[in-house]
Structure formats: C-alpha cells, structure tokens
Design a protein around this ligand. Sequence first.
Ligand SMILES: Cc1cc2nc3c(=O)[nH]c(=O)nc-3n(C[C@H](O)[C@H](O)[C@H](O)COP(=O)(O)OP(=O)(O)OC[C@H]3O[C@@H](n4cnc5c(N)ncnc54)[C@H](O)[C@@H]3O)c2cc1C
Ligand code: FES
Length: 286
Amino acid sequence: MFEILEKERIGPGVNRAVISAPEIAAAHRPGQFIILRTHKDGERIPLTVADKDTEKGTITLVWQEVGATTYYMSTMCIGEKFQDICGPLGKPTHIENFGTVVGVGGGIGVAPLYPITKGLHDAGNHMVSIIGARTEGLLIMTEDIRKVSDELIISTDDGSFGVHGFVTQVLQGLIDKGTKIDLVVAIGPVPMMKAVCNVTRKASLPTVVSLNPIMVDGTGMCGACRVEVAGKTLFGCVDGPEFDGLQVDFDLLMKRLAMYKGPELIALNNFRETPRGCQCTFPGGA
Ligand SMILES: Cc1cc2nc3c(=O)[nH]c(=O)nc-3n(C[C@H](O)[C@H](O)[C@H](O)COP(=O)(O)OP(=O)(O)OC[C@H]3O[C@@H](n4cnc5c(N)ncnc54)[C@H](O)[C@@H]3O)c2cc1C
Ligand code: FES
C-alpha cells in the first residue's frame, strides 16, 4: 500500500505521482483530500486527490515544491512507499446540475480544480474553465481540464500564452458580456481567491472556494485549520475545505498561513544541507 507506481515532473517544481491506495480510491469523492507522511519522522501535510482509478486502486497527487516535505516527496522514486496516507478527508464538493459553472484555477490550484470540474461536468453542468499562471511554462494540467470543460480560457500574467492578464479579468469579461453564470468555483493562491470573490461579490454570483489552511490532524481535533467564515470560526478539515467565498475572511487566513514561516525556512534549509539518497527529480535533477 501507498507505493509510488508512476511519477513525473509536470512543470517547474510541480510533480504528479500515481500511488497505490485502493481503499482511499474507492471512498474518495471530488473535493476531498488526504494527509500523508513521507517517512516515520515526517510531518503531516494535506494534499488534494487530483484523480483516482477505482479499478486499479490508485490515487493521483499533484504537488508544488514549497518547503521541506514537498521537496522530500520530489526525491521519492517509483517503488518507494509513503509511511502513511490518511483519507479521504473533508466534505465532498456539493455536486448537482446548477446550469453554467465557471471554474477558476490559478497555479497549483488547477490540480484540486480538476476532480471538481470533472464531477460537475459529469452532472450535466456547462463547464467554463478559466485557468491561469504567471507565465506559459507554469501552466499545468491544461489538457486534463480541457477534456472535462465545455469551454476553456487560458490566461497568463505576462501574455506568453492565451489571454494577457489575470484570471479575474477573464471572469470580469464574461460577466460584462452578460454570460449567464450560476456558480463560480475558484481554487488557487489565497490572494487570487480573494480577488475572484471581489469580482463575484459585485455581480452577486454564488462562489465556492477551496481553502488551504495549515492542517495537522485533519479530523477537527487540533484546531490548526481554523478559518473565519461569515463571522463564525470553522475548521477547514471537517467543515471544508470548500466554503462560501463571499463570506471568508481571507486576510486572517493569509496571516495564519504565514505563522510558521521561520521554522518552515529552517526545516527547508536543513533538508537542503542534508538531501536524501535517490533524488529522481530533486530541483536541478531530471
Ligand atoms: C485541503 C488542502 C489541500 C491541498 N492540496 C494541495 C495540492 O493538491 N497540491 C499542493 O501542491 N498543495 C496542496 N495544499 C498545500 C500543501 O499542503 C502545502 O503546500 C504543504 O503542506 C507544504 O508543506 P512543506 O513542508 O513542503 O512546506 P512548508 O515549508 O511547511 O510550508 C510552506 C507553506 O505551505 C503551507 N503549509 C505548510 N504546512 C501546511 C499544512 N500542514 N497544511 C496546509 N498548508 C501548509 C503554508 O502556507 C506554508 O507557509 C493543500 C492544502 C490543504 C489544506
Ligand atoms: S486540522 Fe486539526 S482541526 Fe482541522
């Protein structure tokens, strides 16, 4: 169990791995995540199940290297096993036929957006996907998203591919030309989700966001993932990770995410000073 069966680099600092986890694959629904430990002394980190294959009993994870654990994962090779993977966790996405749904994905947020887009598309929604990145080389999973979308608009901040500008400008363009939109789902960096909600609030469009607070146990026991939504304290792991974006206190979330910057940097530097053996795709590697 939890053996890495396939692994590839899909962008700068972004990897995808297919992992044997039959029970999680069978129970998983779009929007849910897992918490893993790479090795016995590893920290617990949450990652979205980006895809699954119930027949093969596998789940797919896509991760961006940001700190010690995600860099460590990039050194793991096909055949290696994770110490443990706990899940599926969190509430599944509420899926029904809303009509026209616009999915907005930024950067690594495209990975968690993919299973939700697929689920909403399968339920009969007209899916318009807007995905963006700073530059062309940072776009991920465009072909996966294309397959489950009725329309796909790609934007880059520097104009190197698709529409020149932010995903929010593309969304504003759709609203301005009178596109009928029944729901917006936005996943990406917190400032991006905040900016999307500023656009949709003005247009009174229901908006779902998937939040990424610091998590530890993932079961509602530790309180690490507290988020404020509509003035109430909720837990990202058991009440979310999806919430009504128009009611989220994004500024508080950003402050809480920055709480451990110092220790995180120390952990990353320690890892860089003593990198481990295999390193198939360690930065600078293949
Ligand atoms: C429900 C959920 C789903 C997620 N899905 C994905 C995904 O599919 N792909 C992906 O690349 N990332 C995803 N993330 C973010 C991912 O968990 C963090 O990037 C990862 O924990 C960073 O760990 P690290 O040790 O490499 O970096 P660190 O140096 O520990 O952290 C770097 C930054 O990552 C964030 N972070 C650190 N630890 C945690 C933690 N335990 N929980 C949440 N955020 C943390 C903080 O913003 C921190 O500043 C998800 C987060 C949540 C809550
Ligand atoms: S991660 Fe501990 S309560 Fe949510």
